[in-house]
Ligand binder design. Sequence first.
Ligand code: LLP
Length: 405
Amino acid sequence: MLSDEFLLKLAGEYGTPLFVYDGDMVVERYKALFNYIPYPRLRIQYALKANYNPGLLGLLRNAGAGLDTVSPGEVELALRLGFPRERIIYTANNMTDAEFRAVRETGVVMNIGSLSRLAKVAREFPGSRICLRFNPDVCDGDSAGTMTGGDLTKFGILLDAVDEVCSLVRSGNLKVVGLHEHTGSGLQHTESVFRSMENLMRIATPENFPDLEFLDFGGGFKVPYKPDEKRVDYYAMGAEIVARFNAFCRGYGRELDMLFEPGKYMVAECGHLLVEVNTIKHNRTRTIAGCNSGFPQLIRPVMYGAYHHIRNLSNPSGAPQLYDVCGNICETGDRFAEQRMLPEIREYDILSIENAGAYCYSMGGVYNLRPMPPEVVVSNGRVIARRRGLSNAQLAGMILEEMES
Ligand code: LLP
């Protein structure tokens, strides 16, 4: 855990807004999974979409992690960073033919999530080794926008379609080496993890899929975002996962690899977005603390109504007051927190927006032409990787360069 003094020092040194990541925490999280889920053939495929900072990815590569990737760009970055192709899975949805071909060329295992794509693969690339993504038919997640199972989502092949799947597989002589499901992000009930596993394991019979090497149960492990939120008992969850998977393997006839693809669990809590308050405004009913970042840099509160804890690093023992913590974007909804009790905020105070490691920078954009902030990765009390971020002039220059007259 990085101390407040250290965070303030980084804010002084690199300026704000600034993303700071605790690299040691990410590696600890990765390693801890092997204690929580004591299955000898466990493989962790970090969901790169959560945070693609190359410094963090380098730490995970060295620790032995694999990757869950969802676009040709992610595959390109993973390969360039030296992740072996055998440790990468490609799970795009609604991919184009061109994307499919490009990624197939790299040798990364393709995870197919629709009957129509499966039919094309059977026709055009007979004999391919593939993974199949099924919809686990379980609805869970930390918001409607992060649930990926059930009838209302675009993801995966319905479990009911397994006979059709098998006949397409036979028609193209395809080798199905893996089956996959992902239930949602921030799963509220560990029971959902088990139910989704069971639903996938039910169709993973040697009769349907004789060539399986792994089952991949996606991501979604929840971490606390609110200070009073309880952490999942990962040991109890892991023991249950292993018991169920062992029973499955006995029935299947041999031991398979067990894969998970956590994103939030690995990186959410490692990140802080440090911002500076530049304007305090007393409206009739609200006190507004206006800061030098905005929702394009951390969109989760606006997009999902997500709670991100905020701490006033410069005045931690100020008298508590209610604030709307707002950004610098020309939109009314540009708030990191509404009616939040915080130690008195003064102009030039530095706030730390917590749990800013997952789906914050990676979902960022440059709306209002404000460049994304720099990022630093810290390990052993030192900055080990730094991403500068663009200046205003560089951002304007890039836009002009992309124009064809
Ligand atoms: N595997 C697949 C196929 C996924 O689609 C995802 C997340 C994961 C793994 C990792 O899920 P995690 O362990 O991070 O929960 N932007 C949203 C979350 C969207 C997740 C998309 N897919 C948020 O900020 O809450």
